[in-house]
Design a protein around this ligand. Structure first.
Ligand SMILES: NC(=O)c1ccc[n+]([C@@H]2O[C@H](COP(=O)([O-])OP(=O)(O)OC[C@H]3O[C@@H](n4cnc5c(N)ncnc54)[C@H](O)[C@@H]3O)[C@@H](O)[C@H]2O)c1
Ligand SMILES: O=C(O)C(=O)C[C@]1(C(=O)O)C=C[C@@H](O)C=C1
Length: 292
Protein backbone atom coordinates (compact mmCIF):
# COMPACT_ATOMS: atom_id res chain seq x y z
CA UNK A 1 0.00 0.00 0.00
CA UNK A 2 1.27 3.48 -0.86
CA UNK A 3 1.90 5.65 2.17
CA UNK A 4 -1.62 6.73 3.08
CA UNK A 5 -0.72 8.55 6.28
CA UNK A 6 2.27 10.83 6.64
CA UNK A 7 2.04 11.22 10.39
CA UNK A 8 0.07 9.32 13.02
CA UNK A 9 0.00 10.29 16.70
CA UNK A 10 -0.88 7.60 19.24
CA UNK A 11 -1.98 8.25 22.83
CA UNK A 12 -1.41 5.01 24.76
CA UNK A 13 1.24 2.92 23.03
CA UNK A 14 0.19 -0.42 24.54
CA UNK A 15 -1.21 -3.61 23.01
CA UNK A 16 -3.85 -1.89 20.86
CA UNK A 17 -2.04 1.34 19.95
CA UNK A 18 1.30 -0.41 19.47
CA UNK A 19 -0.21 -3.12 17.26
CA UNK A 20 -1.92 -0.46 15.13
CA UNK A 21 1.42 1.27 14.59
CA UNK A 22 3.26 -1.97 13.79
CA UNK A 23 0.55 -3.09 11.34
CA UNK A 24 0.54 0.24 9.48
CA UNK A 25 4.33 0.21 9.33
CA UNK A 26 4.34 -3.33 7.97
CA UNK A 27 1.85 -2.25 5.28
CA UNK A 28 4.04 0.79 4.46
CA UNK A 29 0.94 2.87 5.13
CA UNK A 30 2.58 5.43 7.44
CA UNK A 31 5.82 7.46 7.37
CA UNK A 32 6.02 8.69 10.94
CA UNK A 33 4.51 7.53 14.24
CA UNK A 34 4.67 9.73 17.34
CA UNK A 35 3.69 8.33 20.74
CA UNK A 36 2.37 9.89 23.94
CA UNK A 37 1.91 7.95 27.15
CA UNK A 38 1.78 7.96 30.89
CA UNK A 39 5.23 6.61 31.57
CA UNK A 40 8.52 7.64 29.99
CA UNK A 41 9.92 4.12 30.42
CA UNK A 42 7.08 2.50 28.44
CA UNK A 43 7.42 5.05 25.65
CA UNK A 44 11.16 4.50 25.48
CA UNK A 45 10.51 0.76 25.26
CA UNK A 46 8.04 1.40 22.40
CA UNK A 47 10.68 3.46 20.59
CA UNK A 48 13.32 0.77 21.05
CA UNK A 49 10.92 -1.88 19.76
CA UNK A 50 10.44 0.18 16.58
CA UNK A 51 6.75 0.85 17.31
CA UNK A 52 7.09 4.63 17.38
CA UNK A 53 9.66 6.89 15.73
CA UNK A 54 9.52 9.60 18.37
CA UNK A 55 8.24 10.23 21.87
CA UNK A 56 5.96 13.25 21.70
CA UNK A 57 6.68 16.23 23.91
CA UNK A 58 4.31 18.96 22.80
CA UNK A 59 0.73 17.73 22.27
CA UNK A 60 -0.44 20.94 20.57
CA UNK A 61 2.37 20.88 18.09
CA UNK A 62 2.18 17.15 17.28
CA UNK A 63 -1.57 16.94 16.64
CA UNK A 64 -1.64 20.10 14.51
CA UNK A 65 -0.03 18.45 11.48
CA UNK A 66 -1.00 14.82 12.12
CA UNK A 67 -3.12 12.97 9.56
CA UNK A 68 -4.56 10.68 12.19
CA UNK A 69 -4.65 10.59 15.99
CA UNK A 70 -5.44 7.27 17.72
CA UNK A 71 -6.65 7.26 21.32
CA UNK A 72 -5.67 3.83 22.67
CA UNK A 73 -5.76 4.38 26.42
CA UNK A 74 -8.27 2.86 28.85
CA UNK A 75 -11.66 4.42 28.02
CA UNK A 76 -11.75 6.36 31.31
CA UNK A 77 -8.81 8.47 30.10
CA UNK A 78 -10.29 9.53 26.79
CA UNK A 79 -12.45 12.51 27.80
CA UNK A 80 -9.47 14.38 29.22
CA UNK A 81 -7.32 13.57 26.19
CA UNK A 82 -10.05 14.79 23.83
CA UNK A 83 -10.21 18.07 25.73
CA UNK A 84 -6.42 18.40 25.50
CA UNK A 85 -6.07 17.74 21.79
CA UNK A 86 -9.20 19.33 20.34
CA UNK A 87 -8.16 23.00 20.32
CA UNK A 88 -4.95 22.09 18.47
CA UNK A 89 -6.17 19.66 15.81
CA UNK A 90 -5.30 20.55 12.25
CA UNK A 91 -8.24 21.17 9.93
CA UNK A 92 -7.60 17.82 8.21
CA UNK A 93 -6.52 15.80 11.25
CA UNK A 94 -8.81 12.88 11.98
CA UNK A 95 -9.16 11.33 15.43
CA UNK A 96 -10.19 7.76 16.10
CA UNK A 97 -10.02 5.44 19.11
CA UNK A 98 -9.67 1.78 19.99
CA UNK A 99 -11.88 1.79 23.08
CA UNK A 100 -13.96 -1.29 23.95
CA UNK A 101 -17.10 0.76 24.66
CA UNK A 102 -18.63 3.33 22.39
CA UNK A 103 -21.59 5.12 24.08
CA UNK A 104 -19.34 6.67 26.74
CA UNK A 105 -16.56 7.50 24.28
CA UNK A 106 -19.01 9.23 21.93
CA UNK A 107 -20.50 11.14 24.89
CA UNK A 108 -16.97 12.17 25.93
CA UNK A 109 -16.26 13.39 22.40
CA UNK A 110 -19.48 15.40 22.32
CA UNK A 111 -18.67 16.97 25.69
CA UNK A 112 -15.02 17.72 24.93
CA UNK A 113 -14.47 18.18 21.21
CA UNK A 114 -16.90 21.02 20.51
CA UNK A 115 -16.73 22.16 16.90
CA UNK A 116 -14.16 19.44 16.16
CA UNK A 117 -16.65 16.61 16.67
CA UNK A 118 -16.90 15.87 12.94
CA UNK A 119 -13.19 14.96 13.01
CA UNK A 120 -13.76 12.10 15.46
CA UNK A 121 -14.65 8.68 13.98
CA UNK A 122 -15.17 6.15 16.81
CA UNK A 123 -13.81 2.62 16.35
CA UNK A 124 -13.24 -0.65 18.20
CA UNK A 125 -10.92 -3.42 17.02
CA UNK A 126 -12.35 -6.79 18.04
CA UNK A 127 -8.97 -8.30 18.64
CA UNK A 128 -6.83 -8.37 21.68
CA UNK A 129 -5.28 -10.42 24.40
CA UNK A 130 -4.94 -10.65 28.16
CA UNK A 131 -1.50 -9.07 27.81
CA UNK A 132 -0.88 -5.33 28.10
CA UNK A 133 1.81 -2.86 27.19
CA UNK A 134 4.03 -2.04 24.23
CA UNK A 135 5.96 -5.32 24.58
CA UNK A 136 2.73 -7.21 23.82
CA UNK A 137 2.09 -5.33 20.55
CA UNK A 138 2.01 -7.44 17.37
CA UNK A 139 2.01 -6.41 13.70
CA UNK A 140 -0.52 -9.12 12.86
CA UNK A 141 -2.95 -8.64 15.76
CA UNK A 142 -5.70 -7.32 13.48
CA UNK A 143 -5.24 -9.64 10.50
CA UNK A 144 -8.65 -11.06 9.57
CA UNK A 145 -10.22 -9.59 12.71
CA UNK A 146 -13.30 -7.37 12.82
CA UNK A 147 -13.14 -3.66 13.52
CA UNK A 148 -16.44 -1.92 14.33
CA UNK A 149 -16.86 1.74 13.41
CA UNK A 150 -19.72 3.67 15.02
CA UNK A 151 -19.71 6.79 12.84
CA UNK A 152 -21.34 10.01 14.00
CA UNK A 153 -23.92 11.90 11.93
CA UNK A 154 -21.39 14.75 11.83
CA UNK A 155 -18.67 12.64 10.13
CA UNK A 156 -18.20 13.17 6.42
CA UNK A 157 -18.12 10.11 4.18
CA UNK A 158 -14.47 10.93 3.44
CA UNK A 159 -13.53 10.93 7.13
CA UNK A 160 -15.17 7.56 7.73
CA UNK A 161 -13.51 6.19 4.59
CA UNK A 162 -10.06 7.39 5.78
CA UNK A 163 -10.43 5.69 9.16
CA UNK A 164 -11.77 2.56 7.45
CA UNK A 165 -8.71 2.62 5.17
CA UNK A 166 -6.37 2.74 8.18
CA UNK A 167 -7.93 -0.38 9.72
CA UNK A 168 -8.08 -2.13 6.35
CA UNK A 169 -4.37 -1.43 5.97
CA UNK A 170 -3.99 -3.50 9.18
CA UNK A 171 -5.82 -6.28 7.25
CA UNK A 172 -8.87 -5.99 9.47
CA UNK A 173 -12.45 -6.47 8.27
CA UNK A 174 -14.41 -3.30 8.98
CA UNK A 175 -18.13 -3.14 9.78
CA UNK A 176 -20.43 -0.45 11.18
CA UNK A 177 -22.92 -0.40 14.07
CA UNK A 178 -24.56 2.35 16.08
CA UNK A 179 -22.86 3.00 19.41
CA UNK A 180 -25.94 1.62 21.19
CA UNK A 181 -25.97 -1.61 19.15
CA UNK A 182 -22.24 -1.94 19.73
CA UNK A 183 -22.48 -1.64 23.50
CA UNK A 184 -25.39 -4.09 23.71
CA UNK A 185 -23.56 -6.67 21.58
CA UNK A 186 -20.24 -6.45 23.41
CA UNK A 187 -21.87 -6.47 26.84
CA UNK A 188 -23.10 -9.96 25.92
CA UNK A 189 -20.11 -11.47 24.11
CA UNK A 190 -17.11 -9.70 25.66
CA UNK A 191 -17.84 -7.70 28.80
CA UNK A 192 -19.95 -10.33 30.61
CA UNK A 193 -17.48 -13.17 29.87
CA UNK A 194 -14.67 -11.06 31.35
CA UNK A 195 -16.72 -10.25 34.45
CA UNK A 196 -17.51 -13.95 34.95
CA UNK A 197 -13.91 -15.01 34.53
CA UNK A 198 -12.69 -12.37 37.00
CA UNK A 199 -15.45 -13.45 39.42
CA UNK A 200 -14.50 -17.12 39.31
CA UNK A 201 -10.82 -16.45 39.95
CA UNK A 202 -11.61 -13.82 42.59
CA UNK A 203 -13.73 -16.36 44.44
CA UNK A 204 -10.83 -18.83 44.43
CA UNK A 205 -8.43 -16.12 45.55
CA UNK A 206 -10.44 -15.71 48.79
CA UNK A 207 -10.14 -19.36 49.77
CA UNK A 208 -7.59 -20.77 52.21
CA UNK A 209 -7.12 -23.89 50.05
CA UNK A 210 -6.53 -21.93 46.82
CA UNK A 211 -2.97 -23.27 46.38
CA UNK A 212 -4.19 -26.85 46.54
CA UNK A 213 -7.04 -26.09 44.12
CA UNK A 214 -4.78 -24.33 41.63
CA UNK A 215 -2.20 -27.11 41.78
CA UNK A 216 -4.77 -29.38 40.11
CA UNK A 217 -6.26 -26.78 37.73
CA UNK A 218 -5.76 -27.81 34.09
CA UNK A 219 -6.87 -26.84 30.59
CA UNK A 220 -10.56 -26.31 31.40
CA UNK A 221 -9.56 -23.81 34.07
CA UNK A 222 -6.99 -22.26 31.74
CA UNK A 223 -9.52 -21.75 28.92
CA UNK A 224 -12.19 -20.27 31.20
CA UNK A 225 -9.80 -17.96 33.06
CA UNK A 226 -7.25 -16.75 30.49
CA UNK A 227 -9.06 -13.43 30.32
CA UNK A 228 -8.96 -13.00 34.12
CA UNK A 229 -5.28 -12.11 33.55
CA UNK A 230 -6.40 -8.95 31.64
CA UNK A 231 -5.71 -5.38 32.75
CA UNK A 232 -7.75 -4.49 35.88
CA UNK A 233 -7.73 -0.78 34.98
CA UNK A 234 -9.00 -1.40 31.46
CA UNK A 235 -11.79 -3.71 32.67
CA UNK A 236 -12.77 -1.38 35.51
CA UNK A 237 -13.31 1.35 32.93
CA UNK A 238 -15.18 -0.90 30.48
CA UNK A 239 -17.46 -2.32 33.18
CA UNK A 240 -18.42 1.10 34.48
CA UNK A 241 -18.74 2.66 31.03
CA UNK A 242 -21.15 -0.05 29.84
CA UNK A 243 -22.73 -0.83 33.16
CA UNK A 244 -26.38 -0.61 32.09
CA UNK A 245 -26.03 -3.15 29.30
CA UNK A 246 -23.66 -5.23 31.44
CA UNK A 247 -26.12 -5.31 34.35
CA UNK A 248 -28.85 -6.50 31.97
CA UNK A 249 -26.60 -9.34 30.79
CA UNK A 250 -25.58 -10.16 34.35
CA UNK A 251 -29.23 -10.43 35.44
CA UNK A 252 -29.97 -12.77 32.53
CA UNK A 253 -26.95 -14.87 33.49
CA UNK A 254 -28.00 -15.00 37.14
CA UNK A 255 -31.38 -16.29 35.87
CA UNK A 256 -29.56 -19.00 33.93
CA UNK A 257 -27.51 -19.97 37.01
CA UNK A 258 -30.65 -20.08 39.15
CA UNK A 259 -32.25 -22.40 36.64
CA UNK A 260 -29.17 -24.63 36.61
CA UNK A 261 -29.06 -24.63 40.37
CA UNK A 262 -32.71 -25.81 40.49
CA UNK A 263 -31.99 -28.54 37.94
CA UNK A 264 -29.03 -29.72 40.02
CA UNK A 265 -30.99 -29.65 43.28
CA UNK A 266 -33.80 -31.63 41.66
CA UNK A 267 -31.32 -34.05 40.09
CA UNK A 268 -32.98 -33.23 36.75
CA UNK A 269 -30.60 -35.03 34.38
CA UNK A 270 -32.74 -34.41 31.29
CA UNK A 271 -32.85 -30.66 31.91
CA UNK A 272 -29.10 -30.44 32.50
CA UNK A 273 -28.29 -32.46 29.41
CA UNK A 274 -30.66 -30.36 27.30
CA UNK A 275 -28.97 -27.14 28.50
CA UNK A 276 -25.51 -28.53 27.78
CA UNK A 277 -26.60 -29.83 24.35
CA UNK A 278 -28.10 -26.50 23.26
CA UNK A 279 -24.98 -24.67 24.42
CA UNK A 280 -22.65 -27.14 22.74
CA UNK A 281 -24.45 -26.87 19.40
CA UNK A 282 -24.33 -23.08 19.41
CA UNK A 283 -20.66 -23.02 20.46
CA UNK A 284 -19.64 -25.66 17.89
CA UNK A 285 -21.43 -23.83 15.05
CA UNK A 286 -19.79 -20.55 16.03
CA UNK A 287 -16.33 -22.14 16.21
CA UNK A 288 -16.78 -23.75 12.80
CA UNK A 289 -17.78 -20.45 11.21
CA UNK A 290 -14.77 -18.78 12.86
CA UNK A 291 -12.48 -21.58 11.71
CA UNK A 292 -11.47 -22.31 15.34
N1 LIG B 1 -6.67 -5.56 25.32
C1 LIG B 1 -7.65 -5.88 24.51
O1 LIG B 1 -7.93 -7.05 24.30
C2 LIG B 1 -8.42 -4.79 23.82
C3 LIG B 1 -9.10 -5.10 22.64
C4 LIG B 1 -9.79 -4.07 21.97
C5 LIG B 1 -9.82 -2.79 22.52
N2 LIG B 1 -9.16 -2.54 23.68
C6 LIG B 1 -9.21 -1.16 24.18
O2 LIG B 1 -8.02 -0.52 23.77
C7 LIG B 1 -7.60 0.43 24.74
C8 LIG B 1 -6.17 0.13 25.14
O3 LIG B 1 -6.09 -1.16 25.65
P1 LIG B 1 -4.70 -1.98 25.64
O4 LIG B 1 -5.05 -3.41 25.80
O5 LIG B 1 -3.85 -1.52 24.53
O6 LIG B 1 -4.08 -1.47 27.02
P2 LIG B 1 -2.54 -1.30 27.40
O7 LIG B 1 -2.48 -1.22 28.88
O8 LIG B 1 -1.71 -2.34 26.71
O9 LIG B 1 -2.16 0.12 26.78
C9 LIG B 1 -2.73 1.32 27.21
C10 LIG B 1 -1.63 2.34 27.29
O10 LIG B 1 -2.22 3.61 27.56
C11 LIG B 1 -1.34 4.33 28.43
N3 LIG B 1 -2.12 5.40 29.06
C12 LIG B 1 -2.99 5.30 30.08
N4 LIG B 1 -3.51 6.51 30.37
C13 LIG B 1 -2.95 7.38 29.49
C14 LIG B 1 -3.09 8.77 29.29
N5 LIG B 1 -3.91 9.52 30.04
N6 LIG B 1 -2.36 9.34 28.30
C15 LIG B 1 -1.54 8.60 27.52
N7 LIG B 1 -1.37 7.28 27.68
C16 LIG B 1 -2.07 6.67 28.66
C17 LIG B 1 -0.82 3.26 29.36
O11 LIG B 1 0.36 3.67 29.99
C18 LIG B 1 -0.62 2.09 28.39
O12 LIG B 1 0.69 2.12 27.86
C19 LIG B 1 -8.61 0.36 25.87
O13 LIG B 1 -9.54 1.39 25.71
C20 LIG B 1 -9.27 -1.00 25.68
O14 LIG B 1 -10.61 -0.98 26.15
C21 LIG B 1 -8.44 -3.49 24.33
O1 LIG C 1 -8.66 -12.09 23.54
C1 LIG C 1 -8.80 -11.43 24.56
O2 LIG C 1 -8.08 -11.54 25.52
C2 LIG C 1 -9.86 -10.43 24.60
O3 LIG C 1 -10.35 -10.22 25.65
C3 LIG C 1 -10.22 -9.66 23.42
C4 LIG C 1 -11.53 -8.91 23.49
C5 LIG C 1 -12.68 -9.92 23.54
O4 LIG C 1 -12.79 -10.73 22.61
O5 LIG C 1 -13.47 -9.90 24.48
C6 LIG C 1 -11.55 -8.02 24.68
C7 LIG C 1 -11.92 -6.75 24.65
C8 LIG C 1 -12.11 -6.07 23.42
O6 LIG C 1 -12.60 -4.85 23.46
C9 LIG C 1 -12.06 -6.83 22.23
C10 LIG C 1 -11.66 -8.11 22.26
Amino acid sequence: MAQSFKKIVIFGVGLIGGSFALALRKAHAVSEVVGFGRSAATLEQARQLGIIDRIGEDVACEVADADLVLLATPVGQMAELMARISPHLGAHTLVTDGGSTKGDVVAAARANMGGRISQFVPAHPIAGAEKSGAAAAMADLYVGKKVVLTPLPENSNESVARVRLAWEACDAVVSELTAEQHDAVFAAVSHLPHLLSFALVHDLAQRDDRDLLLSFAASGFRDFTRIAASSPEMWRDISLANREALLRELQAYIGELTMMSSALEAGDAARLEQIFRTARELRAGWAERQGQ
